[in-house]
Ligand binder design. Structure first.
Ligand code: NAD
Length: 382
């Protein structure tokens, strides 16, 4: 089944300014806009939408682009955003228009109902499948890589010692021992970044298949026998049994006491993050050690970390930031913008020079990510 709408020669993409607290990104960069215009789109960008990301309005000004107010941006045929729109903003969208944004599918706050009522064709960018074909549209990957990089830098600036081995005439410093928990997209980038800084890096994941990836980055793979298989579907981890969790915590506690820095990234989609760092492990760490709990928004991998705060407990610094990509807004926006372009290449067709929407529900990427369609909610919680 395919839905095509014909229009004038160009489709219009509206880019509103993000209004969420702490959000500094914008859904496109000037480089991404240039590519959209080249493909034949007209782009309406809300004034000052890119300012916080380091893109002044002048950088967006080119043929095919108009700087507009928020209302106009939301009235476009396609609206591209980072954070999901508010009810008010959804109310400003046109029936049959397309929304491309994060959608927080597991937060049941009425957004799906509102989108369906408004007749919006909404894509939830975090629902793009984790497949090779979809990789170029995968914002979870593009943004998690940035987060993994930034998390290591945050740890390094709060650690009162060096990451690399330093031998000077004024004495020497040993390299930091960095443990990465969870070697998904963020974890692998954290390994690479910590290695570049000269640390001794080891990493653990409940999915044994990541061993090779960890080793190929020059880190040591920590093997723990938790007595069960941790791989779930779609490349993600599954939740361990209560017994498995206890075993994992006990085995990890002894290892973690020896770490100077822990970057923990372990998540299970749609569930509370697993507890991997016990209070006992924290108490056993040297004072001045640093734990970056990248799962803090999702309950945390350590019960002592606090979302969006830096706190010190048992002499250990806990970093609980939850918006790492917004701390690297120019590159994060540029990557997000390219993810949007690649999705446009999938859902927009060009015939005799005229662009039109082509929402082919038999395409696996569209089928997975389109959460509302023709007034109905398509998303089903697994
Ligand atoms: N396009 C693609 O093909 C593509 C893109 C991105 C990711 N993926 C796959 O998805 C995987 C996970 O991606 P993600 O980074 O979004 O994952 P995520 O953010 O959901 O989780 C981060 C990591 O935590 C690990 N984890 C969960 N529970 C754990 C526990 N109890 N103990 C230790 N580790 C635990 C997971 O195995 C995962 O590696 C990737 O490694 C890859 O296999 C594929």
């Amino acid at each position: 089944m395919s839905m095509s709408t014909s229009s004038s020669t160009s489709l219009v993409i509206g880019i509103p300014k993000e209004t969420g607290s702490g959000e500094t990104r914008v859904a496109v960069s000037p480089e991404a806009v240039k590519k959209l215009v080249k493909r034949g789109f007209r782009v309406w960008i809300e004034k000052s939408a890119g300012t916080k990301a380091g893109f002044p309005d002048e950088d967006f000004q080119m043929e095919g682009v108009e700087m507009v107010d928020a209302k106009t941006a939301f009235s476009a045929q396609i609206v591209a955003k980072i954070l999901k729109p508010s009810f008010d903003e959804i109310g400003q969208m046109k029936k049959g228009s397309v929304l491309v944004s994060l959608i927080e599918p597991y937060k049941l706050d009425g957004t799906f109902e509102k989108l369906a009522q408004a007749g919006v064709e909404a894509f939830g960018m975090e629902l793009i499948p984790r497949t090779s074909r979809a990789q170029a549209m995968d914002v979870l990957s593009s943004q998690a890589g940035i987060a993994g990089y930034r998390a290591v830098l945050e740890a390094s600036t709060r650690y009162g010692r060096f990451f690399p081995l330093m031998m000077t005439s004024a004495g020497s410093a040993k390299p930091a021992k960095v443990m990465i928990l969870g070697a998904g997209v963020a974890g692998l980038q954290a390994i690479a970044t910590a290695k570049k800084l000269g640390a001794l890096v080891e990493a653990y994941d409940v999915r044994a298949e990541v061993k090779e990836q960890i080793q190929s980055l020059g880190a040591k793979f920590v093997e723990l026998d938790v007595g069960e298989e941790g791989s779930g579907t779609g490349g993600y981890a599954k939740e361990l049994s209560e017994e498995g969790k206890k075993k994992q915590q006990a085995l990890l506690t002894e290892r973690l006491k020896k770490s100077d820095i822990i970057i923990s990234t372990a998540n299970i989609p749609g569930r509370k993050a697993p507890v991997l760092i016990t209070e006992e492990a924290v108490k056993g760490m040297r004072a001045g050690s640093v734990i970056v709990d990248m799962a803090a928004a999702n309950g945390g991998n350590c019960p002592l970390s606090v979302a969006d705060q830096v706190v010190v407990k048992h002499g250990v610094v806990f970093i609980g930031f939850t918006k790492y990509p917004a701390m690297v807004p120019a590159d994060a926006s540029n990557f997000y913008g390219h993810n949007v372009i690649n999705l446009m290449d999938l859902i927009v067709q060009k015939k005799d020079g005229a662009q039109s929407l082509n929402l082919n529900l038999e395409d696996d990427i569209i089928a997975a990510a389109l959460v509302t369609h023709s007034g109905d909610i398509r998303f089903k919680k697994k």
